[in-house]
Design a protein around this ligand. Structure first.
Ligand SMILES: NC(=O)c1ccc[n+]([C@@H]2O[C@H](COP(=O)([O-])OP(=O)(O)OC[C@H]3O[C@@H](n4cnc5c(N)ncnc54)[C@H](OP(=O)(O)O)[C@@H]3O)[C@@H](O)[C@H]2O)c1
Length: 211
């Protein structure tokens, strides 16, 4: 199967390494193409560098937008037509940096990134919020855990997106657990009760029920 990854920075490159080592074919795109080229060279035959963000979607079953929250809307607008009917996976936390380099939340309290991103997508795009629930380092070190795989939580309102994101999560070396619909995605974000957890499936399911 083929997945496009737009954004090959800290998190996008970690996702690409895990999916590539799980056998996924990847189409990579980044702002200046150089980081995508460097990553593709490390990944070998698993990855190709796309000409641009729209080209990354050619032949892809799903696209992961591994972008800072502030870059997301511009990229979604740029690739809107080919997103119709596609599974769109978004790991972005709604954070930015102020002039002093301090991290702040760009959305008002109570508004989740998933709900905002859903409003930016064209009709027919199938959104799942996933792969942003752990820091990139923890994500890589927790993959393919033995004997029991660690869980990656996801949130979606779309059945097909749920099936595809579960496949991707397993390919990356984790057990998928659905936290709920998109309205639950704030639980996955930085500051949410399901963020940066490394747990097995039984504990994950009890946490979901316990909210
Ligand atoms: N890093 C983590 O540990 C982590 C963990 C959980 C969630 N997340 C979330 O994941 C998202 C990405 O974080 P990150 O740390 O990977 O950020 P990052 O290192 O800054 O990477 C962002 C990537 O986006 C690319 N980009 C920017 N504008 C673009 C455009 N118009 N078209 C195509 N690509 C574009 C950049 O390209 P260039 O390389 O060419 O500049 C870069 O590859 C954030 O929303 C963050 O909240 C990150």
């Amino acid at each position: 199967m083929t997945t496009a990854i737009i954004g090959t920075g800290g998190l996008g490159s970690a996702i690409a390494r895990q999916l590539g080592s799980g056998g996924e074919t990847l189409r990579l795109s980044s702002a200046d193409r150089e980081s995508a080229r460097t990553l593709a060279a490390q990944l070998g035959r698993a990855a190709v560098v796309a000409v641009d963000n729209r080209d990354a979607l050619q032949g892809a079953d799903a696209v992961i937008l591994a972008l800072r929250f502030t870059a997301l809307k511009g990229v979604i607008d740029e690739i809107a037509d080919p997103l119709t009917g596609k599974v769109v996976v978004v790991p972005s936390n709604p954070l930015s940096l102020d002039a002093q380099g301090k991290v702040y939340r760009v959305l008002p309290e109570g508004q989740s990134s998933g709900e905002v991103v859903a409003g930016w997508l064209p009709a027919g795009a199938r959104l799942a919020m996933a792969f942003g629930t752990m820091s990139a380092g923890l994500f890589e070190s927790s993959s393919n855990r033995s004997p029991e795989p660690a869980v990656l939580f996801y949130a979606t309102d779309d059945g097909r997106a749920g099936g595809e994101v579960e496949r991707l999560i397993r390919t990356a070396g984790f057990e998928p657990v659905k936290a709920g619909g998109i309205e639950q995605s704030s639980r996955l974000e930085v500051g949410g009760d399901l963020h940066d957890l490394v747990v097995g499936a039984a504990e994950a399911r009890s946490l979901i029920g316990g909210a």
